[in-house]
Every structure is written in structure tokens, then in C-alpha cells.
Design a protein around this ligand. Structure first.
Ligand SMILES: *[C@@H]1O[C@H](CO)[C@@H](O)[C@H](O)[C@H]1NC(C)=O
Ligand SMILES: *[C@@H]1O[C@H](CO)[C@@H](O)[C@H](O)[C@H]1NC(C)=O
Ligand SMILES: *[C@@H]1O[C@H](CO)[C@@H](O)[C@H](O)[C@H]1NC(C)=O
Ligand SMILES: *[C@@H]1O[C@H](CO)[C@@H](O)[C@H](O)[C@H]1NC(C)=O
Ligand SMILES: *[C@@H]1O[C@H](CO)[C@@H](O)[C@H](O)[C@H]1NC(C)=O
Ligand SMILES: *[C@@H]1O[C@H](CO)[C@@H](O)[C@H](O)[C@H]1NC(C)=O
Ligand SMILES: *[C@@H]1O[C@H](CO)[C@@H](O)[C@H](O)[C@H]1NC(C)=O
Ligand SMILES: *[C@@H]1O[C@H](CO)[C@@H](O)[C@H](O)[C@H]1NC(C)=O
Length: 488
């Protein structure tokens, strides 16, 4: 992620807290009153809504191919029969159309989704169905818990926000579109599509090079994260395709126990700030078997994240997998126990990156990058403790300490515009215990072999590498012996 986003995150956190407080209180109230109701009693006053719409939306709104459903599965299959008198199904299945959602891609279906959420949230193992063959337009808002355990939000059709900043209601948050807040034991899944319709946001004149003649104009530039999970635990997100977010596609903050599986995230290579999955203050995360191509980091790991396991992810184009940036504006950051393995990174600016700002504090420790295939990557392996986004940055004596980083089995090709390995570590707080083995990185074109770049990096070469690394220093630097690094 580029640094601007960090500022937005801070802002957005404040804003959401205000919004959430109201929602949470409201919900709390209704939760207690309706908890054990079993929803048959609400027969819709205008009951046309559960009949299948006469207009199948496929004609006007292209529905991208679905992953896990036969392309022509009849949408009616997911709705209870109109004759059985149980629109609000006692078995805990809540089709958004039962609540009035139209799904023609134009009608505002926000209210129906909120009502479906409220009902499913109160049902044990409730399931919200967003049926295949429909496109639902919903405004930004939050789905708030706590809910009964085992809630499933199943998206088989398409969900999208209003199209661009002009059609975004003035009083709606521009920091995020859909928020799941205080939700435990929930799964967001299905073979459908979440379409962020980001294009007009990326082209705002405040975005890099999007102003007249390739300039960047000042001015408010907030663009919504597509899906945010906030203060939630035991989450599963799987199977979905999500594309073209105005900003990050997923953001998890202050969450715990997150399992992500078989996601397909896409946005164009030049779409600004469209990180695939961003996590922050979140621990016990698994990201498996997913494919991400976008205009920024594939996965970005922010401060306060630990016990993160990433396996079989394909990234690129984009900016690769990134820990950081950390320590912005002299902040303290702690990240530990991160593993990335059995993955492929292709046509990206970076492969596996750790980036920290001068002046920060805290530490990044116990990180393993293992069995990663690189294809035409500009900086396949990079630690950058001088991260700066083009503003004026000065060097400081404090830095986020980087230690116990292991690179093994990293093979493939690099773009010769930069060296295949770059370790740029702070003068006062060098990087230590960097272990390297089984590296084989060749130029993607030509035979110009570039030497690794090292600056204040200590560690060990366990096997010979291609290209050879001769610049790692041994042991522990004296400067660190006097400093208390145990702040994480
Ligand atoms: C289902 O229940 C919700 C709230 O419990 C109610 O608002 C809605 O009208 C009901 N819909 C149907 C089709 O019964
Ligand atoms: C986490 O969620 C899953 C699926 O919803 C559930 O089976 C499991 O019991 C939950 N685990 C915990 C620790 O709550
Ligand atoms: C935004 O304004 C509209 C119309 O003025 C109102 O119906 C809606 O509830 C408002 N939404 C929020 C989130 O305040
Ligand atoms: C854009 O560049 C052209 C040619 O250099 C110039 O004539 C024009 O005034 C510029 N427009 C703006 C808004 O700067
Ligand atoms: C890796 O993920 C891809 C989908 O991205 C999947 O098709 C493949 O089966 C996965 N491989 C393994 C070994 O799980
Ligand atoms: C590191 O994280 C993994 C999960 O990715 C967890 O199983 C393991 O126990 C953690 N190790 C330590 C030392 O906490
Ligand atoms: C910061 O320190 C590094 C390493 O000593 C040096 O290369 C760089 O030029 C310095 N940057 C500034 C802005 O002084
Ligand atoms: C060096 O880092 C590795 C993990 O990469 C860890 O297992 C080992 O204990 C560390 N060594 C020291 C001396 O801290």
C-alpha cells in the first residue's frame, strides 16, 4: 500500500467508530427482543417480492462466469416455493429477495440486505442467500453483530456499490463500502462476484498521475475499501471473486482467527491503492489457494499482526507481498511469525518485501519465505528500512528492528532494473539473523547478472545462491548490544 492510505486508515477508523456505536447500540436492542423468534409470522404486506423477477438481469447486466455453480442454474432454486407460506424460512435460510431485494443492478437493495442480515443474525446457523443470476446494488453500511454462531453470508450472484463518487450518497462513508463489525463465527462465501466498480474512483484527479497532463491534484481523495472486517473473530471468507475495488479489496483490522481460501481478486495493474488483502492488528490468519492481481500490494501486513500463514497464493501483476510499511510518523509497530510458502509472484514491482520508515520503533521478527516462484519480478527479495513515499524523509536513529527473517527456495527470474536481492537496513538498528538458502534468481531477459545490495545486514548464507551473496555480515552488531530491543 502506498503511504497515503495509512493516513486514510486513521481517519476511517475514527469515522467508523462513530457510525458503529449507533449501529451497535441499535442492534443490541433488537437482538435481545427478537432473539428466539422464528420468523414465519412476517408475511410481506406487498408479497410480489418473492416471485422471481420477470426480467432476468443477465440481458442488461453481464454476470461474470461463476465458479462453483452451473452458469445457468435457475435462480428460483434458491428461494422457497412461493406457495409454502414460509418466506422467512424456519430452517434459517434468508434469501435477500424475500426481503424485497430486486437485483436488477439499478434498484437500491440496501434495506433488503439489512433486513436479511438482521433476521439471519438472530437465527442459529442463519444463512443469507444472494442468489445467482441477479446483481444487487447496495450502499455503504455495516453488518453488525454479535450474531448467533454459524452465520453464513452466501453470495452466488453479484453485489455492487453505487457507481463512482458522483453517485455515492453524500452522507455515506467514503472510507469503506461494506463493513462486518463485531461478528463472530461467520463465513462469507459462494461462487458469486463482489464488484467494487472502482474505475471512477481511480480516475479522480487527486490520484497519482490522474490530474490534467498526468499531474496529481490536491483535494479530498477518500475512496472506499470494498470489504472491511472490524473487531471480529473466527471468520471464513472463501470462493468469491472480488474485483475492481475503489481502494483495498479486503481489510481486516482488530480481528482474530481469519481463514481465507480460494479467493480470486482482480483489478487493473494501474489501479491505485487496490491492495488485495490488507491485515492489521489481526492475528491467526490463514490465506490459502488464492489468486490476486491488482495495482498495489497483493497482500499487505500491517502493524499488530502475528501468526499469519500464507500458502499457495498467486500474485501479480501488482506490488507483491508486503510486510509494512511500518513505523510511519515515528510509530511503534510489531509484526511476528509470518510464513509465506508455496506461492508464485509474477510481473510485480516487488516479490516479498519488508518496508519500514525511519524513526519508527518495534520489530518485525520470525518471518519465513519458503518455496516461492518469481517470474519477472523487479525486487524479488527486499528489505527496505528507508521506506519513503517521495516526500522529504530524514534519517533517524530509531527504526523498526528487523530480525529472524528466513528466505529459502526462492527461484525464478527478475526484472534487471533492480538487483534481485536488496537489504537496505538502518545504520543504527541493522537487520540481524537474516538466513538465506536455496536461492536461484536469474535475469528475465539478457544475461546481466546484478549483485545483491546489502547495507547493514547481518545473517547467514546456508547454501550457495545464484547470484552469490557475499555481503552479509556475521554475528550481531555491537550497536545492538546496548539497546533494549524487547519492545514487542
Ligand atoms: C421476514 O422477516 C423480516 C423481519 O423479521 C420482515 O421484515 C420481513 O417482512 C419478512 N419477510 C417475509 C417475506 O416474510
Ligand atoms: C469457528 O467457526 C466455525 C464455523 O462457523 C465453527 O464450526 C467453530 O466452532 C468456531 N470456532 C470457535 C472457536 O468459535
Ligand atoms: C442519508 O440521507 C438519506 C436521505 O437524506 C437518509 O434516508 C439516509 O438514512 C441517510 N443515511 C445515513 C447513513 O445517514
Ligand atoms: C497540458 O499540456 C498542454 C501541452 O503541453 C498544454 O497546452 C496545456 O495547457 C496543459 N494543460 C494543463 C491543464 O496544464
Ligand atoms: C493452489 O491454488 C489453486 C487456486 O488458486 C488451486 O487450483 C490449486 O489446486 C491449489 N493447489 C494446492 C496444492 O492446493
Ligand atoms: C506461528 O503461527 C502459526 C500459525 O500460522 C502457529 O501455528 C504457531 O504456533 C505460531 N508459532 C509461535 C511460536 O507462536
Ligand atoms: C539515510 O541513510 C542512508 C544510509 O546511510 C543513506 O544512504 C541516505 O542517503 C540517508 N538519507 C538521508 C535523507 O539522509
Ligand atoms: C534466527 O532466526 C531463526 C528463524 O529464522 C530462528 O529459528 C533462530 O532461533 C534465530 N537465531 C537467533 C540466534 O535468534
Amino acid at each position: 500500500m502506498v503511504s497515503l492510505s495509512a493516513a486514510f486508515l486513521v481517519l476511517s477508523l475514527n469515522c467508523c467508530l462513530v457510525m458503529f456505536c449507533c449501529e451497535a447500540r441499535y442492534h443490541h436492542h433488537s437482538h435481545h427482543h427478537h432473539k428466539k423468534q422464528h420468523n414465519k409470522q412476517h408475511y410481506p404486506p406487498h408479497s410480489g417480492i418473492s416471485a422471481p423477477p420477470s426480467l432476468a438481469p443477465e440481458g442488461s447486466i453481464p454476470v461474470p462466469p461463476l465458479v462453483s455453480l452451473p452458469p445457468n442454474a435457475p435462480p428460483e432454486a434458491y428461494a422457497p416455493s412461493p406457495d409454502d407460506g414460509e418466506y422467512n424460512n424456519t430452517n434459517g435460510v434468508f434469501d435477500v429477495r424475500q426481503f424485497g431485494a430486486v437485483g436488477d443492478g439499478i434498484t437500491d437493495d440496501t434495506q433488503a440486505f439489512k433486513e436479511a442480515w438482521d433476521s439471519a443474525c438472530q437465527a442459529e446457523s442463519g444463512k443469507i442467500i444472494v442468489p445467482n443470476g441477479y446483481s444487487f446494488m447496495i450502499q455503504s453500511g455495516s453488518f453488525t453483530g454479535p450474531c448467533e454462531p454459524g452465520l453464513v453470508f452466501q453470495v452466488d450472484g453479484t453485489i455492487m456499490p453505487p457507481d463512482g463518487p458522483e453517485s455515492w450518497p453524500k452522507n455515506n462513508s467514503r472510507h469503506q463500502w461494506l463493513v462486518f463489525y463485531r461478528v463472530n463465527d461467520m463465513s462469507l462465501e459462494g461462487g458469486g462476484v463482489i464488484d467494487g466498480r472502482g474505475e471512477q474512483w481511480w480516475n479522480l484527479p487527486c490520484k497519482p498521475h490522474r490530474g490534467p497532463n498526468g499531474t496529481t491534484l490536491p483535494g479530498p481523495c477518500d475512496s472506499p475499501v470494498a470489504i472491511r472486517f472490524f473487531m471480529s473473530t473466527n471468520l471464513t471468507v472463501q470462493g468469491l471473486r472480488i474485483k475492481d475495488s475503489p481502494q483495498f479489496h479486503f481489510r481486516f483490522d482488530n480481528c482474530k482467527k481469519v481463514h481465507i481460501e480460494s479467493l480470486h481478486i482482480t483489478a487493473p495493474p494501474l489501479s491505485p491503492n487496490t491492495d488485495g488483502i490488507h491485515i492489521e492488528n489481526t492475528d491467526s490468519v490463514e490465506i490459502y489457494n488464492s489468486v490476486i492481481s491488482n495495482g498495489d500490494d497483493c497482500i499487505s501486513i500491517g502493524s499488530g499482526s502475528y501468526d499469519v500463514n500464507i500458502r499457495n497464493v498467486t500474485c501479480g501483476p501488482g506490488h507483491g507481498i508486503s510486510i509494512g510499511s511500518l513505523g510511519m510518523r515515528n510509530s511503534r509497530a510489531c509484526v511476528s511469525n509470518i510464513t509465506v510458502r508455496d506461492s508464485t509472484i509474477k510481473f510485480t514491482d516487488n516479490g516479498v518485501r519488508i518496508k519500514t520508515w525511519q524513526g519508527g520503533s518495534g520489530a518485525v521478527t520470525d518471518v519465513t519465505f519458503d518455496n516461492i516462484r518469481m517470474d519477472t519480478v523487479r525486487n524479488p527479495i527486499i528489505i527496505d528500512q528507508f521506506y519513503c513515499d517521495g516526500r522529504r524523509c530524514t534519517n533517524h536513529t530509531s527504526a523498526v528492528f528487523v530480525s529472524n527473517i528466513q528466505y529459502t527456495g526462492i527461484k525464478g527470474t527478475y526484472d534487471i532494473r533492480s538487483p534481485p536481492m536488496h537489504f537496505g537496513c538502518s545504520d543504527s538498528i541493522p537487520c540481524t539473523n537474516i538466513t538465506i538458502s536455496d536461492i536461484e534468481l536469474l535475469p528475465a531477459r539478457g544475461d546481466l547478472v546484478l549483485d545483491p545490495f546489502c547495507w547493514n545486514v547481518y545473517g547467514e548464507l546456508e547454501t550457495l545462491t545464484i547470484p552469490p551473496v557475499s555481503c552479509l555480515m556475521e554475528g550481531i552488531p555491537r550497536s545492538l548490544l546496548d539497546i533494549n530491543l524487547g519492545y514487542c
